[in-house]
Design a protein around this ligand. Structure first.
Ligand code: ADP
Ligand code: MG
Length: 366
């Protein structure tokens, strides 16, 4: 296992990039701790695969260094870096049996036969391929082929890291859950450094101890699932993670208040240093807005909203409301009574964040 550092790494697929926008991965410094379980999360096209291929050595970055345990490996080939990589689609030898496929990475490394036998049996059991070990890979289903691919990634115990690039895309939903649990178990057992790429927040949040969120070629936040929920550092993190995502609305700031559509919202902190000319926004998750008096309030405290729609989703209700024409989502308890199209809402000041040009502003205690 290894600690992996990316130092001032940037990558453009163009020979002569003209500006920032020509970079698939913009300059970043990033450390993956030895033994960490990471998810690399972001929408399609944001640079996840590019970053993964830079770590494994399939790609040499246009700029910067890749360092494993203090050793510069930027110019080393994937084989020299000793990394296992599992791709989105199966990479297997069709004419070999499942057993031969699983054994191949070990044979290649001249692992003793008895160890190979034991390890292949262990992995086959773990990912439920025991019953097909002696069948030719080409006769198997897409699911099973991808499991072989996964097995080939997991079979070596001497790797610096295992990288997964959306490996469960072709796997059916039930099996997905099962395989993800197996990966987590494997991580606990062997403490591999694992980087798991996905565009699916549920996959990321259930697999990883730390989630690295990418957006348009940049890492916008690294944090625990809780960090990402409680304190999104970028508005993108706020609305990409969560269901529904964070409410983001344009505001102006007056002392300890944010003014939204003419209404004042109390803030827990002051923002004397917001950059001049920056686009200011308020961000708050639907879970931290409540209906005053359980939805019955008409002219008491709180701010008046028009209720546009209410969806019952089991233990909660999700309401779409408008505050002075600004759309907001509110997650309310199932016993909230919302009849008619008028209600009043209140914000939880401790969970109202202020963003300048999409970046979280810390603010000062007041
Ligand atoms: P993700 O894995 O997050 O979907 P990628 O890393 O594959 O994103 O792609 C990032 C950006 O780089 C995209 O705009 C994509 O079109 C571009 N890109 C990816 N691979 C290549 C390539 N081989 N040549 C040119 N552009 C590429
Ligand atoms: Mg990709």
């Amino acid at each position: 296992m290894a600690r992996i550092e990316l130092q001032k790494v940037a990558h453009s697929y163009l020979a002569r990039p003209a500006g920032e926008e020509d970079f698939a991965v913009k300059e970043l410094d990033l450390t993956w701790d030895d033994g960490g379980a990471y998810a690399l999360l972001g929408p399609s096209g944001c640079g996840k695969t590019t970053l993964l291929n830079i770590i494994s050595g399939l790609l040499t970055p246009s700029r910067g260094q890749v360092v494993f345990d203090g050793r510069d490996v930027t110019r080393e080939k994937p084989e020299q870096r000793n990394i296992a990589q599992v791709f989105q689609f199966p990479v297997i030898y069709d004419t070999m049996t499942v057993r031969q496929n699983l054994a191949f990475p070990l044979k290649n490394r001249r692992v003793p036969d008895n160890e190979i036998v034991a390890r292949v049996a262990e992995i086959a059991r773990m990912i439920d391929l025991e019953s097909v070990l002696d069948r030719k890979a080409r006769n198997l289903s897409a699911d099973q082929k991808q499991k072989i691919s996964l097995g080939r990634g997991l079979v070596r115990s001497d790797v610096n890291a295992i990288l997964f690039d959306e490996p469960l895309t072709v796997i059916d939903p039930h099996l997905k859950w099962q395989l993800r649990s197996q990966l987590k178990k494997l991580h606990r057992e062997f403490a591999f450094t694992m980087v798991y790429v996905t565009h699916d927040q549920t996959e990321a949040l259930t697999f990883a101890d730390k989630v690295v969120v990418m957006y348009e070629g940049e890492v916008v936040q690294i944090g625990t699932p809780e960090d990402l929920f409680e304190r999104p550092r970028h508005t993108f993190v706020g609305y990409f993670i969560g269901s529904p995502g964070m409410n983001v609305a344009p505001v102006t700031i007056e002392g300890n208040r944010a003014i939204l559509g003419g209404h004042a919202i109390e803030l827990a902190r002051g923002y004397p240093d917001t950059p001049v000319g920056a686009k200011l926004e308020l961000g708050t998750r639907p879970e931290f807005i409540r209906f005053v008096d359980n939805g019955r309030a008409r002219d008491s405290e709180g701010l008046p909203v028009t209720v546009k729609r209410v969806d019952d989703i089991g233990r909660f209700k999700v309401a779409k409301v408008e505050l002075a024409g600004v759309p907001l989502a509110v997650v309310a308890d199932e016993d909230t009574v919302i009849d008619g199209d008028e209600a009043r809402i209140a914000f939880d000041a401790d969970h109202v964040h202020i963003y300048a040009d999409s970046q979280l502003v810390e603010g000062v205690a007041s």
